[in-house]
Design a protein around this ligand. Structure first.
Ligand code: 13P
Length: 261
């Protein structure tokens, strides 16, 4: 069975003092939770100190972005070795906000995935359609393209730890969650595609998270879907009580699922 992951994407929120306060609360509130991988992804300026605070805890650290060169004259960018040196295990790649505001494409996503894995980080690759694309009936085509192009040229061994997050753009920060059926349809399609591109085992083992207005009161219906393996949480990860509620519900649901199997 796939152990779920709940990852918090703090986006551009929390200065260093706020970040340490939130981290401390999450650590306290989630210290005895098992059955679920917990990840927090603070802004780059917070990584080092938050990383130190997370040492020996059950919470992993992630960055929100990286550049694909290890060093050089790339003003404003942060490289994989730099991120790794702060204690990060994960890095989010290709979030729709990066695609929309910072010109990221499937090609840059592909380069960043290569750099991340080469440098020892686990990518959380984000895919998802806009409202216009959904309304035009293009959801499957768009997400298929993003997964195929983002993972082009890699073999399954290279991608063994990769995590994928399906985040419909119209559900991000809008309070509109995809219905469990809508999310499951895309998650199942991604798994079928992974089988076609790689292998059945690879597809069965790959964690595919859902993101887009996940809250304590909707995580349970989402997690009941067969192909949803956790969540990438924005707004609700900025407070310890809502984030740890989501984590605890996920852990409990996974325990029940394990008992049934
Ligand atoms: P919200 O949970 O705020 O909708 O954000 C989702 C997201 O973009 C996580 O990466």
């Amino acid at each position: 069975m796939r152990t779920p992951i709940i990852a918090g994407n703090w986006k551009m929120y929390k200065d260093i003092n706020e970040a340490l306060e939130l981290t401390n609360s999450i650590k306290r509130d989630a210290y005895n939770v098992d059955n679920v991988g917990i990840v927090i992804c603070p802004p780059a300026t917070d990584l080092s100190d938050v990383g130190e605070m997370l040492m020996e805890s059950n919470i992993d650290l992630g960055a929100q972005n990286c550049y694909w060169e290890n060093e050089g004259a790339f003003t404003g960018e942060v490289s994989v070795p730099m991120i790794k040196s702060t204690g990060c295990k994960y890095v989010i790649i290709g979030h729709s906000e990066r695609r929309k505001y910072f010109g990221e494409t499937d090609e840059t996503v592909n380069k960043k995935i290569k750099a991340a894995i080469d440098g020892g980080l686990i990518p959380i690759m984000c895919v998802g359609e806009t409202l216009g694309q959904r309304e035009a009936g293009k959801t499957i085509e768009v997400v298929k393209g993003q997964v195929t192009e983002g993972l082009k040229g890699f073999d399954e061994n290279f991608l063994k730890d990769l995590v994928i997050a399906y985040e419909p753009v119209w559900a991000i920060g809008t309070g509109k969650t995809a219905t469990p059926d809508q999310a499951q349809e895309v998650h199942a399609m991604i798994r079928t595609l992974l089988e076609k591109l790689f292998s059945k085992t690879f597809a069965e083992e790959k964690r595919v998270l859902y993101g887009g207005s996940v809250k304590p009161d909707n995580i349970n219906v989402l997690m009941e879907e067969k192909d949803i393996d956790g969540g990438l949480i924005g707004g609700a990860s900025l407070k310890s009580d809502s984030f740890t509620d989501i984590i605890k519900t996920t852990s409990e649901l996974y325990r029940v699922k394990q008992e049934k199997n």
